[in-house]
Design a binder for this molecule. Structure first.
Ligand code: BMA
Length: 409
């Protein structure tokens, strides 16, 4: 998406707003100082008013693609695949389709403890190189964090109540700040140099404290009060943004669909919502409606649920002038025939609303030899859904890395 296109959109948005609300004179006379250039240029604001130009451009360019394109993403795509490990420039997604995914998911769990590798065996220094490489090709980077508990020392699936000790006033607040500092340092290494030789921070869609409405993480429902969860999120943003001056983050909120009753989508979705000032991407992790093994509903019922859930986040996002995304999804081991077209693409394309999601990301392809258990969400060569995945990619709605417009200007 080009800058000039964004400018036209913004101009139209301003005209529409003026026409509808008759508020332009009031707005211009109420403030003598014009907003910063970046704020004037873009229709969609970030929670970080000092976000870098590239970060704000990414957010607005994703918004501008809505309804016409959805980016496809994959967790740990460059780090390993089901049947390979150790290659520095490879991906199961590319082995099958010829293109890398448009969105690269990376995971920090273990960084806070000073580990060299994350909880899935990915070396952090190499991860920084893969992030830089993906960004240099025009891809989008998103980062999650399965943080170890500063209270029990155990991993994120530990149920020891922890959050109350992390928020301001808590016994482990300083330890928590030191954990966040490890990300600040990691992020400082995520720098790109443009053609003119100027350096800038690589924009990151940062997705902390995910699936908090489920009960499987220590920050999940049942192990923390809603109030403390919100305080945890707000502190995370304020610390990184206001105290540490980190300005390359787009904050993604991502509850889990399996714990949302579709008949009261919004009230369930907003359990633990930290507020519009702290969230940029209205996300959803949805494995449930795309063939989760515990879901006994028929395929048609699941497809209907999938669409309803996507419409739900699109509505929430539009009401707030934010973007919506399917932040995690997938069918583990891809056992569903024509999964990509039947269970993902066709339901999304069936109506105008679900098509407004900006990206979707499937989870990782665990290396079979090292992890000794089958877990994968993208096909690899010869996998049963590989041909269907190519059909999915070939659809103009779906963007892989090779098809991306410029997203950072
Ligand atoms: C989970 C699984 C785990 C992994 C974790 C963090 O959903 O994939 O095997 O350790 O994500 O990436």
């Amino acid at each position: 998406m080009s800058l000039s296109y964004s400018l036209v959109r913004t101009a139209l948005a301003v005209l529409t707003t003026c026409g509808l609300l008759l508020g332009c004179d009031q707005q211009s006379s109420s403030s003598s100082t014009p907003p910063p250039i970046a704020e004037q240029r873009y229709a969609h604001k970030l929670s970080d008013k000092n976000a870098s130009a590239e970060t704000l451009a990414l957010y607005n360019n994703l918004a501008a693609l809505r309804g016409r394109h959805m980016l496809f993403g994959h967790e740990d795509s460059l780090a390993y695949g089901v049947n390979w490990e150790g290659d520095l420039d490879r991906s199961d997604v590319r082995d099958v389709t010829g293109s890398n995914p448009a969105v690269y998911g990376w995971e920090l769990g273990g960084l806070e403890l000073g580990h060299e590798k994350n909880l899935d065996g990915v070396n952090f220094k190499q991860m920084q190189e893969w992030i830089k490489a993906g960004y240099s090709r025009g891809g989008v980077i998103t980062i999650s964090w399965h943080m170890y508990s500063p209270v029990s020392g155990a991993n994120s699936w530990d149920k020891t109540p922890t959050v109350h000790e992390l928020v301001p006033g808590g016994a482990k607040h300083d330890v928590f700040k030191a954990y966040l500092d490890t990300f600040v340092a990691f992020n400082e290494g995520l720098v790109a140099t443009d053609a003119a030789g100027n350096k800038h921070a690589i924009p990151i869609i940062f997705r902390p404290w995910h699936e908090h409405n489920g009960d499987w993480f220590w920050w999940g429902k049942g192990h923390v009060s809603e109030q403390d969860y919100i305080a945890l999120w707000q502190f995370t943003v304020k610390y990184l943004r206001d105290e540490k001056g980190v300005h390359n983050l787009i904050y993604a909120y991502s509850p889990d669909r399996s714990r949302i009753d579709l008949s009261k989508f919004e009230s369930d979705y907003f359990y633990g919502y930290p507020g519009d000032e702290y969230v940029d991407v209205i996300g959803l992790d949805n494995y449930w409606d795309v063939g989760h093994e515990a879901n006994t509903a028929s395929a048609d019922e699941q497809k209907a649920g999938f669409v309803t859930a996507l419409k739900g986040i699109v509505k929430v996002a539009q009401a707030r002038n934010k973007i919506a995304a399917l932040t995690e999804t997938g069918n583990n081991r891809l056992t569903i025939h024509n999964f990509w077209t039947e269970r993902i693409l066709n339901p999304i394309l069936a109506g105008a609303e679900a098509q407004q999601i900006t990206y979707m990301m499937v989870w990782r392809n665990a290396n079979l030899a090292r992890e000794k258990s089958e877990q994968f969400f993208a096909p690899y060569p010869g996998q049963a859904t590989a041909e269907d995945f190519k059909t999915f990619l070939a659809h103009p709605f779906v963007l892989f890395e090779s098809e991306l417009p410029k997203l950072y200007e």
